[in-house]
Design a binder for this molecule. Structure first.
Ligand SMILES: Cc1cc2nc3c(=O)[nH]c(=O)nc-3n(C[C@H](O)[C@H](O)[C@H](O)COP(=O)(O)OP(=O)(O)OC[C@H]3O[C@@H](n4cnc5c(N)ncnc54)[C@H](O)[C@@H]3O)c2cc1C
Ligand SMILES: *[C@@H]1O[C@H](CO)[C@@H](O)[C@H](O)[C@H]1NC(C)=O
Length: 334
């Protein structure tokens, strides 16, 4: 009796690949102690594409509500919570040792975060400490160790197979749908405790720009201005149009470098990556470094007085016109 069932059991187990059995992913949540930020939902979708269980790590000062939100997200089966002053401002210097301690305990096969400023400063530290290669800006997941990412400012797409024991990935938000609520309610438990306070840096304060407009990386419509705007004051033309369209306002690097607008508006290779339903480029030439941040937009409209401007090569609709005439006209008509 016993030997038969033991053999049956053995037969069953031999059919299961060990690597799959232990497949598990840790997603590092990004939040403001009140709300889980959308990028985390995109990262959870990516994590679910890897297969296996998904745990979400929520570190913060008073992040109980965020942990509750994370537990409701589809595909999050466990939430690990770390609360303490050490996590004020979510400095990468204090989150890194927490991630390492969590990894030490749970032995995840994958560690995932969004390719935001937060993820970009955290994951290379984690990967270095684990002595593995970070895989950044992933746009697609083929299987548990095969990933697609863009290189040369988005001009080439690379598929790579990672051989590291632990894969540390940052994923591009615009490439994965946000995971919705309606999960079965992941179980919540404390993350490993420890002294995570950073000895090298301290969070002092932050000033958040207040805006009634939608957030740039999640807006359905984005209107961006370039050097052609000529001054910061002239951006008011774009803000007027944006208000009519419930749009966010962005900018090229030239506009930021010239001091027209603050640099959190910059779109492109060294700025934000956006993929709205509608992107309107105003007085922007269309340099590859700018295209790297917006060419996945569903519909692209360009307004430029130079018919040879490269932006027209990616635009679905192009208007060769003086922006100082065209933009007020458009605003008027809406
Ligand atoms: C490593 C590196 C990283 C970079 N990262 C980024 C990045 O993240 N984002 C980014 O944007 N750039 C980036 N750049 C810079 C990029 O190469 C370009 O210099 C920049 O995008 C140009 O900005 P622009 O199109 O606003 O300016 P310009 O190239 O000067 O174009 C201005 C356009 O406005 C048009 N124009 C002028 N007046 C009018 C008018 N009255 N009406 C209509 N049209 C008008 C002109 O015809 C012109 O096409 C990077 C560069 C490097 C080297
Ligand atoms: C745009 O800005 C320039 C420089 O500040 C200014 O001279 C010009 O009048 C402005 N144009 C418009 C239409 O507001």
């Amino acid at each position: 009796m016993f030997s038969t069932s033991a053999r049956a059991c053995q037969n069953l187990l031999s059919g299961i690949k060990v690597s799959q059995r232990f497949q598990s992913t840790l997603v590092i949540a990004e939040h403001n102690n009140e709300n889980l930020l959308p990028i985390t939902r995109h990262a959870i979708t990516a994590a679910n594409k890897l297969g296996g269980e998904v745990s979400v790590l929520v570190a913060g000062t008073k992040c109980g509500t965020v942990a509750e939100q994370a537990a409701q997200v589809q595909g999050a089966s466990r939430v690990l919570v770390a609360e303490g002053d050490a996590f004020k401002g979510l400095l990468p210097e204090s989150v890194t040792p927490l991630v390492l301690a969590t990894q030490q305990q749970f032995k995840f096969t994958h560690i995932v975060a969004g390719a935001s400023a937060f993820g970009k400063s955290l994951l290379p530290r984690v990967a270095a400490k684990l002595d593995v290669s970070p895989i950044s800006d992933v746009v697609d997941i083929k299987d548990k160790d095969t990933f697609v990412r863009t290189i040369y400012a988005g001009n080439a797409i690379l598929t790579l197979k990672a051989k590291d024991a632990v894969k540390v990935l940052s994923v591009r938000g615009t490439s994965f749908e946000p995971a919705a609520d309606g999960g079965s309610g992941g179980k919540s438990e404390p993350a490993p405790s420890g002294d995570y306070a950073s000895k090298v840096s301290e969070f002092v304060s932050q000033e958040l720009s207040k805006s009634d407009r939608p957030e740039l990386t999640s807006a359905k419509v984005v209107i961006s201005g370039g050097r052609g705007m000529k001054s910061g004051d002239n951006f008011s033309l774009l803000y007027k149009l944006a208000d009519k369209m419930n749009a966010a306002v962005g900018a090229s690097r030239a506009a930021v470098d010239a001091g027209f607008v603050p640099n959190d508006l910059q779109i492109g290779q060294t700025g934000k990556i956006v993929a709205p339903e509608l992107y309107i480029a105003v007085g922007i030439s269309g340099a590859i470094q700018h295209l790297a941040g917006m060419k996945d937009s569903k519909t692209i409209v360009a307004i430029n007085k130079d018919p040879e401007a490269p932006i027209f090569q990616v635009a679905d609709y192009g208007l060769v016109a003086d922006l100082f005439k065209a933009v007020p006209e458009l605003t008027e008509k809406l």
